[in-house]
Write a new protein. Structure first.
Length: 150
């Protein structure tokens, strides 16, 4: 046998005959928890966050920082080795420059090119870039104010 369906009747003329979906007027009084239950639930959430979420975030941050520092250490080691190689190459090049700029070698090459040694001890250099200095590094007789040589 089929049970008869219950019909809702409006209590007031402005209320609808059927209740709103998802709302049971008889259960409303049982659903609303009092304030102490809400406070307890909020306290549990806060405690959970403090005991679980915050330490997990701190551990993840620590792992991230260790990973970054390990990468930086590897990069620093690589750059240190590269710096050593570049310094060695610089020293070799400096030795080569010293060998190539030796006065004996230059005199030999000058002789092969048909150049000759000047007869006088003092050489004069003319032009704007020389600023009055001879090749031997001595002044060409120009005086500064007060009797000092320039």
């Amino acid at each position: 046998m089929a049970a008869p369906q219950r019909r809702y009747r409006a209590k007031l003329p402005t209320e609808p005959a059927w209740p709103a979906p998802g709302r049971d007027p008889h259960r409303e009084s049982r659903r609303s928890p009092d304030r102490s239950l809400r406070r307890k639930a909020a306290g549990r959430r806060d405690r959970f966050a403090m005991l679980v979420v915050v330490p997990v975030l701190l551990m993840l941050g620590s792992v991230y920082l260790h990973t970054v520092s390990a990468g930086l250490d590897a990069r620093a080691t690589e750059l240190g080795a590269r710096l050593g190689r570049v310094q060695d190459k610089g020293e070799r090049l400096q030795v080569k420059v010293t060998e190539l700029s030796g006065s004996a070698r230059i005199r030999e090459l000058a002789g092969k090119l048909g150049m000759r040694q000047p007869e006088s001890d003092t050489l004069r250099v003319y032009g704007n870039e020389s600023r009055g200095k001879a090749e031997d590094g001595k002044q060409n007789g120009t005086q500064k104010k007060g009797g000092e040589q320039r």
